[in-house]
Design a protein around this ligand. Sequence first.
Ligand SMILES: Cc1cc2nc3c(=O)[nH]c(=O)nc-3n(C[C@H](O)[C@H](O)[C@H](O)COP(=O)(O)O)c2cc1C
Ligand code: SF4
Length: 480
Amino acid sequence: MARYFKYKSADDLVQDAARLGSELSVQDNLAPLFEPTTVAGRRVGNRLLIQPMEGCDGTLDGAPAELTYRRYLRFGAGGAKVIWGEATAITPEARANTRQLWIAPQTAAALGRMLDGARQAHRDAGYETDDLLIGLQLTHSGRYSVPRPWLATHDPLLAPLTFDKTTGKPIDGTYPLLSDDDLQRIEDQYVAAARLAHQIGCDFVDLKQCHRYLLSELLAARNRPGRYGGSFENRTRLILNVVQRIRQEVPGLIIASRFNAYDGVPHRGVGQGDDFVGRPVPHQLPLECAWGTDLHEPAREQLDEPIALARALVAAGVSFLNVTLGNPYSNPHFVRPAEFPPVDGYHAPEHPLLGVLRHFRIAAAIQQAVPGTPVAGSGYSWLQDFAPQAAAANVAGGRITFAGFGRATLSHPDFARSLAETGQFNRKLVCRTFSYCTGLMRAKDHPLGQYPTGCPPFDKEAYGDLWKEVEQKRKPAPPR
Ligand SMILES: Cc1cc2nc3c(=O)[nH]c(=O)nc-3n(C[C@H](O)[C@H](O)[C@H](O)COP(=O)(O)O)c2cc1C
Ligand code: SF4
């Protein structure tokens, strides 16, 4: 299979983008990345943002454990001024894996220590903390909850790809939906989780509406009956109710939201070996439920609703947005353009640079729609050593306010320090998008039901042996 990333300079990337019929801006002057800005009136020291990166390494009751603390200490010490804490479930049934963080009275103190630890590490590394923002991403995993899915709607394309772990079978059109009353209770649960998050020292909470977890699925629930489905007004009812209530009931807490601006159509791998390539699942047009997607031509984004959502969120009191795309289970190439798929994943059906440019284009459209509100963009890691030049050009051009780094932070948590001190990433730690981290995240054959994830190639000390163990378990048993 072709390897894509063969660039010697940022200009090579620009030329390749042009060859692919697109435009990429880069600049060598990285100063825009170090210009302070404000979020909800709070000064933030630079434009480098650590995206939510779940480590799947909490305790069974949802508290951070050793590797979780380690990750946040490393993030704190690294110099990025926004640490967008990872997916943290609002209730036990909202968890996407058995080791996902869960914010509750019994885990609050430990989560607070994790945030304090990150701030202390930032201070110990010589940075001031007044201009550092740390938050948590509040999530309900909905369709991807374990052990059983909780559906907002019947998505005919996702149903055969959605497994009920209590039966081991995919669900079908008879699977029960969350009722309107259930969703109203979930509104209460979000508000309670936000209150706790404020008490333990979160500067902000992210009301997660991405990657087709519950609130993201609701945005696409065109075919759901009742108060929370059908019209745009109904599909955005839950999120806007939650925002308004948090604003009233938890004053002082900054409200943020990471949302999908494009869902696309689910894909499935077709073919063998290197030719195992992601292809759209068979589907009828217009699509029944998708968000930010042209229902007649789903390869194209249709941003009128995501733009209307961004404006409605801001009007309701959200002061920080983070734009992402796709579904990590059914079209991961939209979420995280990669050079190599995870071991059991399909090869991307498109050049990863096109995936990166889709992220840039869509985040820019959202930022343009809400010019007074900071927007973070995603999807930078595939650009490897040249991500900073692209990030600087996007910030300088006003196309985003913050450049969000995902996988790049697992391999190189002190990327911001390195950029400030040397003008480049540490070449020995640059994420090469090998997808081992995704492989670990998908590995469930562990006594706690979930392997922790991190970066085995560049953080061998913590993840090297775990990766070997997973590889060993994956090997077929020798013939007897
Ligand atoms: C191991 C791993 C964990 C992730 N955890 C989260 C998460 O908790 N919440 C979230 O919104 N996205 C999560 N993501 C997606 C990333 O935040 C990011 O959007 C994606 O990796 C693309 O950005 P990148 O190209 O910089 O990696 C995760 C991705 C990976 C690989
Ligand atoms: S395992 Fe490491 S190098 Fe590979 S994609 Fe994840 S962070 Fe990047």
